[in-house]
Design a protein around this ligand. Structure first.
Ligand SMILES: NC(=O)c1ccc[n+]([C@@H]2O[C@H](COP(=O)([O-])OP(=O)(O)OC[C@H]3O[C@@H](n4cnc5c(N)ncnc54)[C@H](OP(=O)(O)O)[C@@H]3O)[C@@H](O)[C@H]2O)c1
Length: 259
């Protein structure tokens, strides 16, 4: 399917690895010129040259913390008029709610609520002017289904979801859509970190922890960054102009609900 994205410009935050990279790869494959981001310069450069060689589109790389003003400015300088913004970030580490002091709480809110909103505020005027814009926010299954130790991440992302539920209706007349992609258990470095922690705590092998977690998912497997990225690219495509304000779960059926 031609996604109608050839020559479009996309900023994909936190995209040197994992789900962000999956989105960047799918958008580059669809013909977008992309701006990648991550803090580790070596990994970022590897991804930049990999995607440049594979797809021949323009691939810029901004090594910066996307939660900082400087990081955001650097991204917007590299791509002042993006047609597509994929909001992504690391997210706060797993921690019991009772251990979160004020500083930690504010940091989580800045990462998963303030940062995506600031970037949306920056890119929307140009999108409205051009009559086309696609914003995809990577949130989490934990917005719908609590996960122990991820309360801050869930709360900040649920706040973002509610905030944008109103905003997306304001942007709809201008051809700008805003949607959220909710990963369940996707096979990335982040998930592997979780397996290692669980293996240490339980004394089980990594393989056993992995197999037990996969068995709990109706699809009996973890999701891949590639399939996640392709879904993101579809939401950015010309075919998805009538989809806005949606929360799309990618969890292999893990969240047990009819709606
Ligand atoms: N994987 C899952 O199953 C899952 C499930 C639910 C929600 N999520 C959420 O989805 C998002 C992506 O997860 P993932 O699994 O793809 O993680 P990942 O494999 O750990 O990759 C994270 C990516 O973000 C970059 N990054 C992290 N913090 C950054 C920052 N402050 N500024 C710029 N870049 C930053 C990392 O590069 P550097 O480290 O070099 O900066 C890396 O490229 C996270 O918010 C995560 O909480 C993931």
């Amino acid at each position: 399917m031609d996604l109608g994205l050839k020559g479009k410009k996309a900023i994909i935050c936190a995209s040197s690895r994992g789900l962000g990279k999956g989105c960047a790869q799918a958008l580059a494959e669809a013909g977008c010129d992309i701006v990648l981001n991550g803090r580790n310069e070596t990994v970022l450069e590897e991804t930049r040259s990999q995607l440049q060689n594979l797809y021949g589109v323009s691939v810029a790389a901004i090594a910066a913390d996307v939660s900082t003003r400087e990081g955001q400015e650097a991204l917007l300088t590299a791509c002042p008029n993006p047609d597509i913004l994929v909001n992504n970030n690391g997210g706060p580490p797993r921690r019991d709610y009772s251990e979160l002091d004020r500083e930690a709480l504010l940091e989580g809110v800045v990462q998963n609520f303030v940062t995506p909103i600031e970037l949306i505020q920056a890119v929307v005027p140009g999108m409205k002017e051009r009559g086309f814009g696609r914003i995809v926010n990577i949130t989490s299954l934990s917005v719908k289904m609590p996960i122990e130790g991820l309360d801050l991440s869930s709360g900040a992302r649920a706040g973002l979801t509610a905030f944008l539920a109103g905003v997306c209706r304001q942007l709809a007349p201008h051809g700008v859509t805003v949607n959220n992609l909710l990963p369940g258990k996707m096979d990335t470095d982040r998930l592997k970190g979780g397996f290692e922690r669980a293996a240490q705590q339980s004394g089980k092998s990594l393989e056993d922890v992995r197999a037990a977690q996969a068995a709990e998912i109706p699809a009996r497997r973890f999701g891949s960054a590639e399939e996640f990225g392709q879904t993101c690219a579809f939401l950015c495509s010309r075919h998805a102009g009538y989809i806005t304000g949606q929360n799309i779960l990618m969890d292999g059926g893990l969240y047990p609900a009819a709606f």
